[in-house]
Write a protein that binds this ligand. Structure first.
Ligand code: GLN
Length: 548
């Protein structure tokens, strides 16, 4: 398209109102109108990427195909748009400043005085345009992290304002706001949203739409009030009540014909889309199916990010949870999750028997020493009790350690991540990584992004994928030590996937067990609601079989 279009999604009143899902849903709706869409996230923090942050602080670190460690919302974009989102689509304040300062050091500003304004917003605009160019998108939906009125995201808003001034017909603004219903009053209040619009106006931006997140549907009276006080047409005030599944959000927004109205603002017409390509309709079909599914399957997730409540948990393991749901729905089941803090097993071994209540156990990625002993105890238990097991990254590495210690009779087996010089370094670190660790080069230096994997015939993995060559996304520093291949194979370990370029073990499984599979990569990043991941389907099938 000659003039690509840009839609900025900003948040009002408070965080966690669903900007990411709104941004993703708008993207999906516009795809269904025949446009090529990509999504961008601008995060306000100084960290150059999300890789150096604890998931309990910031949520999951989502890894892109090209190896960027990004915000969990990028995962939502991929799941909704069914498109890969690349590193150019992600920025943080830190990344923008680092780039501007490096350019200044390289004399790229040709002797000019480099200033916060306009140079920082200009760099932001360049990034948004680069994302458009890379994907050749007709429309870019851009989510600005944080809430209006914060000091933190002001330069992103300034960039958006500058784009609107330059391309008035090509830029639209959506404010996602929250309307509380205080229990003492019992009615929905619009005032915080009115204030949010005022704050946005102060930055020189007038929203074209207000998406009203609330427990329930915003009524007519309040809709008119918001329209009048916020200078937005009444039919651009969009009610967005809570829903049970995020995948139902596009339908909620489309009830108000949001996509047609957005196209009108951007001076575009809808295009014809064949039924088979209309992902909005397919998503609605999925949502309907989900509602009719009654059977349940119980999966225990054994991890350690458990100190801050359920909410944080769900965020720390977002893609894993989504991947489990996608696969369970595919098998016409609802997945029930049990969160298990592995440290509890270290305190009381008897608690392990609770794993019998699960139909399958998953150990997701992780770092460091805390909780590792308990995880290994859980792995031993499910291995012995023939409970389906799925280990992701650390979950694979610790399974290898468990097998080495208890089946290959190498009690001194360990990962060098937690013991510098174990007798048997089953999981070790290659020389190139050793240098990073010694020099404390931690940011963005893990094995990151998509790598090839060749599957071995007659294995569970090969059967699940139904093909031999795959590509999966990685995020780890340590690897399986091939020096231990022979003794572990003798003990029943099967290597079912190898990276052909570097001869690295990527998938392993165990003989004589219904489903004991570990992956060095993170399959959860590739699962999409309309296209669940084959290994998650395999795991869920095994769990359902175990249940019955
Ligand atoms: N801590 C392990 C490593 O760095 C596993 C990482 C992960 O699970 N993502 O290799």
């Amino acid at each position: 398209m000659k003039n690509p279009k840009y839609i900025f999604v900003v948040g009002g009143v408070m965080s966690s109102v669903g900007k990411g899902v709104t941004n993703s849903s708008i993207g999906l709706l516009l795809q269904a109108r025949g446009y090529k869409v990509t999504a961008v996230k601008a995060d306000a923090y100084i960290n150059v990427d999300a890789g150096t942050m604890n998931p309990t602080e910031h949520g999951e670190v989502f890894v892109t195909e090209d190896g960027d460690e990004t915000d969990q919302d990028i995962g939502n974009y991929e799941r909704f748009l069914d498109e890969n989102i690349y590193s150019v689509n992600y920025m943080t304040t830190g990344r923008v400043y680092l780039d501007v300062i490096n350019r200044e050091r390289n004399l790229e500003y040709k002797g000019k005085c480099v200033e916060v304004v306009p140079h920082i917003p200009e760099n932001i605009i360049k990034r948004i345009k680069d994302a458009q160019k890379k994907s050749q998108a007709d429309i870019v939906v851009i989510e600005i992290g944080g809430t209006v009125g914060e000091y933190q995201n002001i330069l992103f808003l300034e960039a958006a304002r500058m784009m609107k001034i330059k391309h008035p017909n090509d830029v639209a603004f959506v404010l996602v706001s929250f309307l509380p219903v205080p229990s003492t009053v019992g009615e929905m209040k619009t005032k915080p949203t009115q204030h949010a619009v005022r704050l946005l106006n102060e930055t020189g931006i007038q929203p074209d739409f207000i998406v009203c997140r609330a427990e329930s549907v915003l009524d007519k009276k309040r809709r008119h009030k918001l329209a009048l006080f916020c200078s937005v047409p009444g039919d651009h005030v969009i009610p967005a009540p809570d829903v049970t599944h995020i995948y139902a959000v596009p339908a909620i927004l489309e009830k108000e014909q949001l996509s047609s109205k957005l196209l009108q603002v951007l001076k575009l017409r809808p295009k014809k889309v064949t039924l088979s390509k209309n992902r909005f309709l397919q998503m609605n079909k999925l949502v309907q199916t989900i509602q009719t599914v009654k059977k349940t399957v119980t999966i225990g997730i054994v991890g350690k990010y458990f100190n801050t409540g359920d909410f944080v948990l769900a965020d720390s393991y977002l893609s894993v949870i989504e991947a489990l749901k996608h696969a369970a729905w595919h098998q016409r089941h609802q997945v029930k999750l049990i969160w298990i803090d592995s440290e509890e097993y270290e305190k009381d071994k008897r608690r392990l028997s609770e794993l019998k209540k699960t139909d399958g156990v998953l150990i997701p990625g992780g770092f460091g020493k805390r909780g590792v002993a308990g995880k290994i105890m859980a792995i031993e238990y499910v291995r012995e009790h023939q409970i389906p097991y799925f280990g992701l990254c650390y979950g694979m590495q610790l399974a290898a350690v468990e097998i080495a210690r208890h089946l290959a009779k190498l009690p001194g087996a360990n990962t060098v991540e937690i013991e510098e010089h174990p007798e048997h370094p089953i999981i070790f670190v290659n020389p190139h990584q050793q240098k990073n660790i010694a020099q404390k080069h931690y940011g963005g230096t893990m094995r990151l992004g998509a790598y090839d994997c060749k599957l071995v015939n007659n294995t569970k993995a090969r059967k699940a994928y139904g093909k031999q060559l795959i590509k999966e996304r990685h995020r780890h520093r340590y690897e399986f030590n091939n020096a231990y291949l022979a003794p572990l194979a003798k003990a029943g370990l099967i290597v079912s996937g190898i990276n052909p370029q570097q001869n690295l073990v990527e998938i392993m499984e165990l003989k004589n067990h219904p489903w004991f599979v570990g992956t060095q990569f993170h399959p959860e990043f590739l699962s999409r609601p309309l296209n669940p991941h084959p290994l998650f389907i395999g795991f869920l099938k095994a769990a359902i079989k175990h249940k019955n």
